[in-house]
Write a protein that binds this ligand. Structure first.
Ligand code: MF3
Ligand code: CO
Length: 291
């Protein structure tokens, strides 16, 4: 922490208040964590109330798109239709689908079925069949603010095994969320996610995680779910990040399609599930911005 800022100077957060009555105590607290060797967030990750308001407007679109899909997704539909719906609702509401052209990603949304772990390409050839489970990962840009969340869809009657995977994965996110409060550690959240998945006989993907989000699609920190309590970045009020574990029914191994370099699959062909929420660390706990 550089504290060259004078106590009577305007706070770095642009609140217009004096530093001493604004973020001085906050910086002291971070400095003490730093001195103990803990990882602390840089000021660039601390969102202002105006930025949070902008992120919430973006999230309103993301939620509306997924709510619409909750009503429309059904057997017989192909995933290119989902891509078209996401594009149309997002742009009708004034937003831009964040995935489109992101690092060359060619669609507006990711649709990942069964043994697809993430980044599944929507396609006319992928027709939803009874028994499929699918993650739809939706992200929006509105006025430069980013939102990101994903949900699972069960098509028709799904096997009890797959249904349980979908439910336990959602519980993992909820258990992680319970740990989100100021001055805790991302590892508190990560371990809660991990422990619940493994207690149910599942594994959690290690290579791909969540991320800071809001002013960019993927900000620091990287958010893993194989971390331990008391480790990883300190959670400070104003941070926004995603909780989005990919939980595998079988082994933890995954691979990326070497033709398109995007679609990720489980090594053993067993199903994988994922739910994603976007959470804001507040002064006294947390607020879910997008789900
Ligand atoms: N939405 C994904 C996430 O949760 C990112 C997908 S990258 C994309 O972080 F290019 F495929 F959109
Ligand atoms: Co994300």
């Amino acid at each position: 922490m550089s504290s060259k800022i004078g106590r009577n100077d305007p706070c770095w957060c642009k609140s217009g208040r004096k530093y001493k009555t604004c973020h001085a105590a906050f910086d002291d607290r971070l400095s003490r964590f730093s001195a103990q060797g803990k990882v602390v967030p840089p000021h660039s990750l601390i969102k202002t109330p105006e930025q949070i308001a902008g992120i919430k407007e973006s999230a309103r679109i993301n939620i509306a798109v997924l709510d619409y899909l909750d009503r429309e997704v059904r057997e017989g539909m192909n995933t290119a239709e989902i891509d078209r719906i996401v594009y149309e609702i997002t742009t009708d509401m004034g937003g831009i689908p964040a995935p489109l052209n992101y690092e060359g990603y060619p669609y507006s949304v990711c649709t990942s079925l069964n043994d697809q772990v993430c980044h599944g390409f929507p396609s006319e050839k992928v027709v939803l069949r009874e028994g499929d489970i699918m993650n739809v990962d939706c992200s929006t840009i509105l006025n430069g603010y980013f939102s990101d969340s994903s949900r699972m869809y069960c098509i028709g009657e799904v096997s009890p095994e797959k249904k349980r995977l979908v439910e336990v994965t959602k519980e993992c996110v909820e258990k992680g969320l319970e740990q989100v409060k100021p001055w805790g550690f991302l590892g508190d959240m990560g371990q809660a996610v991990h422990d619940h998945a493994y207690a149910n006989g599942y594994t959690v993907v290690r290579e791909i995680g969540g991320h800071g989000v809001g002013l960019a699609f993927h900000e620091e920190p990287w958010v893993g779910y194989n971390s331990r309590r008391g480790t990883q970045m300190v959670m400070a009020p104003g941070m926004v990040f995603t909780i989005e574990p990919m939980v595998n029914m079988g082994g933890v191994g995954i691979y990326t399609d070497d033709e398109n370099n995007w679609e990720v699959y489980t090594d053993d062909g067993l199903p994988s599930a994922q739910w994603e929420i976007m959470v804001h660390v507040t002064e006294d706990g947390h607020e879910v911005l997008c789900w």
